[in-house]
Ligand binder design. Sequence first.
Ligand code: GLN
Length: 595
Amino acid sequence: MKYVLVTGGVVSGLGKGVTASSIGVLLKACGLRVTSIKIDPYLNTDAGTMSPFEHGEVFVLDDGGEVDLDLGNYERFLDTTLTRDNNITTGKIYQSVLDKELGKTVQVVPHITDAIQEWIERAAMIPVDGQEGPADVCVIELGGTIGDIESMPFIEALGQFSYRVGAGNFCLIHVSLVPVLNVVGEQKTKPTQHSVRGLRGLGLTPNILACRSAKALGENVKGKLSQFCHVPVENIVTLYDVPNIWHIPLLLRDQKAHEAILKGLNLMGVARNPELEEWTARTKVYDQLCDPVRIAMVGKYTGLSDSYLSVLKALLHASVACRRKLIVDWVPASDLEDITRKESPEAYEAAWNSLKCADRVLVPGGFGDRGVQGKILAAKYARENNVPFLGICLGMQIAVIEFARSVLGLHDANSTEFDPETKNPCVIFMPEVSKTHMGGTMRLGSRRTYFMNTDCKSAKLYGNARFVDERHRHRYEVNPEVVPELEKAGLRFVGRDESGQRMEIVELPDHPYFIGVQFHPEFKSRPGKPSGLFLGLIAASREQSDGVSCYGSKAITNGMSNGPSVMKSCINGNASKFLNGSCNAIPMNGNGVHC
Ligand code: GLN
């Protein structure tokens, strides 16, 4: 196993995660099998309890791991399926050491540092790309910035680790900042020099410097960095500003970062020249999109787009496949509510304006009752006005509540999450384990959904699959007792779990596109392999009542190849062509699809 460690210096937010995943893409394009580990030096054991407000979304893995959103970047860029062990936190390490009850004085060195090294070696061996046996290279990203107190045990462990695995098996890439001072317009190297000195002082030697800067570094600047940081000029790359992050692997390739890495890892003879044709074509398409599709995202954390990162990425993957330029209008759910009309009429008007101008409405997942009424109003608006709608998790639950209230006339229909005393509980707490068992009541990770029949949009969007495996993160579910009544009134529960008791997918057959899902399809969407449900949302239109008819028989169903046909099928298309059956190989996400 070879290791690439990515550290960050000077400031946070340099895009270390994207850089590390892009390095993975580049190495994969060289024919290597790549896995990844993200180290988060915070004390929480996982991201499950952290507020998306503060920390961005909680990414959910197949195995139910609730992890840092960077793991989403790795899964998307490298098309892998990671495990909870691929995310190391200080909390996890300390817990594992303390659980062992060593019976002696427990110390940071050697017990914590040994545990970190053991964890890295163990996690690196887990196959994540569907093939057997361990990958060739493991990219490790160390969160935070060099010098942070909390990352010290990790730095010490990684220093020991690099020495132990040996020079030809370990390559350190330090991501740093080269600021430009406005007055003189000069690229300043001092911050990078300082941070490399800090790194060396802690026992780590950088092989490659990846410098963030607005423009490419001048040769004299590179020379200076090389001289003062003791890194060869050819091992200094610039991560200059690019139109979108899909450019980063290409940027690294153009500057021959793969050669520097492969040399550092003694892999020159093994790897091939990077093959990135498909990636390049998709990136170009992304750059040139101009036909807009406007999505109203009706959510709670609308101030911080990272709170819904995977949903945004899934929308993007589908938009690029449909040749549409994605425009997301953030609609704070509570601004749609009557109470806002009185308290802040301008916000109310702005929210309704955004909703009414949107081509599609998406209500993502969420917890807590803030904005629930606004989300219900958004679902009602989409249902009554034939606006394509996708409700995810809470978004599905509120769509069902709305239908029960408006169509069945059950005015107090609600979820027991928001009103435990409701007379008409349409959404209830249905733990997989005992109701009284404390903790662990969240239904987390991959679960199977069976289609009740193939005569529904979602089954077609999944390539006429019999069942799909998608990721979950919820406690509440549609009350199976109200299902017959809801179905009689026209709502169809077309996807259920193996017991038939848990409702997974709901559709309105007479609507152009009205789908709610209890799971989170966004977590398995990939560039070039969009999730079918997002693709359906983007490709649907108010006019077309069966916008997905072309998907059924023609969608790729066996493994959903990600080959060049994907690009060809889209290259001349536009959304209406897409809908009218000219598509012949719609690139959908095959993960989880079974026929
Ligand atoms: N709060 C809801 C539940 O627990 C929905 C969760 C979600 O949207 N992820 O079931």
